[in-house]
Design a protein around this ligand. Structure first.
Ligand SMILES: NC(=O)C1=CN([C@@H]2O[C@H](COP(=O)(O)OP(=O)(O)OC[C@H]3O[C@@H](n4cnc5c(N)ncnc54)[C@H](O)[C@@H]3O)[C@@H](O)[C@H]2O)C=CC1
Ligand SMILES: CC(C)CC(=O)C(=O)O
Ligand SMILES: [Mg+2]
Length: 354
């Protein structure tokens, strides 16, 4: 069966972004066509270089062009030569908000053979799906500064939680929990202190949960959740949480599942009114950029999420199995491979099994 052609926008971005994205594309262009996928890729030069050259992060025209794609693959943005937040807010968050990426999907899975700081832990013990809200919370940009530069300066950063925004992400999380064997949903918040927002999240989970009687619901304060991620990861199946808590929890999730170089994510617009955007959980890692040592696995696993989103499940499994096989060999051989060597090896495994 031939799948219609897919228009993919590629934003390599900054730091290690271009290095890992080229490996993601290598895998995508090797595996996709085996499943009838015709890819039309357009690369967008956005990030620090462009900002220095033009003063622009993202123009309305580029945003419009991006919106005309079926999906986006992003490396990472952010560079020490650009004031903090300019690219992160002006490019990355702008896209997440403009394209209603209200689901920031972040699987936390320990692959066989991968070592974890948790010690003697098996893959079944770490298998969760974090559903992070992606368009609201403290990232919405509400707040401001009063009396700047004085001894009485006040900076506020408000957390925005709309009924509409909370409801749509919670409903998605219940849907995902419902389809998983354990059917468990954990709401993570801090409702003992953030009482207005926390109560809204609790109420929405209760109300929507009434339509999902098979899903068991649990609640943890975010501080306790960080502890249980490490001490008892088995207790988590699907986790739903706000933008900030989800950001922090998923770096921790990456650490317990073998490291930030393995953690994949998707910024998903479930109604498909806008292109969803797939990217590794990590940032631009300026400390290792340009040395060819970044691990591209997170980006390659993000490509698997992209394939799943495009409905080519068999291709997604093929990529994931190739990664899993590669990770098992890594564990045994403890070899130091370059970014592109890892990409080549995963392509070889994926295509020999395909
Ligand atoms: N989605 C995005 O575009 C994100 C962008 N950022 C931006 O990235 C820049 C750096 O942020 P950091 O807080 O340092 O986070 P980071 O995730 O870039 O790096 C944290 C640590 O993990 C290592 N690391 C990250 N990815 C790796 C990989 N694939 N292979 C091997 N090691 C890897 C880095 O070398 C560094 O030591 C900042 O400008 C930040 O704003 C941060 C997070 C997400
Ligand atoms: C740089 C931030 C805007 C994003 C981030 O850290 C993340 O989405 O994980
Ligand atoms: Mg983050």
């Amino acid at each position: 069966m031939t799948t219609p052609s897919v228009r993919l926008a590629v934003i390599p971005g900054d730091g290690i972004g271009p290095e890992v994205v080229s490996e993601g594309l290598k895998v995508l262009s090797a595996v996709g066509p085996q499943h009838g996928l015709q890819l039309e890729t357009t690369t967008y030069d956005l990030g620090a270089r462009r900002w220095h050259e033009t003063g622009q992060t993202l123009t309305d025209e580029t945003e419009k062009q991006l919106s005309e794609h079926d999906a986006i693959l992003l490396g990472a943005v952010g560079d020490p030569s650009v004031p903090s937040g300019v690219l992160e807010r002006g490019l990355l968050l702008r896209l997440r908000f403009a394209f209603a990426h209200y689901v920031n999907l972040r699987p936390v899975r320990l692959y066989p053979g991968v070592s974890t700081p948790l010690g003697d832990t098996s893959p079944e013990d770490v298998d969760m799906l974090v559903v992070r809200e992606g368009t609201e919370g403290p990232y919405a940009g509400a707040g401001g500064v009063l009396r700047k530069g004085t001894a009485h300066e006040i900076a506020t950063q408000d957390s925005v939680n709309t009924r509409f925004g909370v409801e749509r992400v919670v409903r998605y999380a219940f849907e995902r929990a419902q389809e998983r064997p354990r059917k468990k949903l954990t709401l993570v918040h801090k409702d003992n202190v953030l009482t207005y927002a926390g109560e809204l999240w609790q109420r929405v989970v209760r109300e929507i949960g009434a339509s999902y009687p098979e899903v068991s619901v649990d609640y943890l304060h975010v501080d306790a959740a960080t502890m249980f991620f490490v001490s008892d990861p088995q207790r988590f199946d699907v986790v739903v949480t706000d933008n900030l808590f989800g950001d922090i929890l998923t770096d921790l999730g990456a650490a317990i599942a073998g490291g930030i170089g393995l953690a994949a994510s998707g910024n998903v617009n479930p109604p498909r009114e806008f292109p969803s955007m797939f990217e590794p959980v990590h940032g631009s890692a300026p400390d290792i950029a340009g040395r060819g040592i970044a691990d591209p696995t997170a980006t390659i696993l993000s490509v698997a999420l992209l394939l799943e989103h495009l409905g080519v499940q068999a291709a997604a499994r093929q990529v994931e199995e190739a990664v899993s096989a590669d990770l098992q060999v890594r564990a045994k051989e403890n070899s130091q491979r370059s970014t592109s060597q890892i990409g080549d090896d995963i392509v070889a495994r994926a295509t020999e099994s395909g």
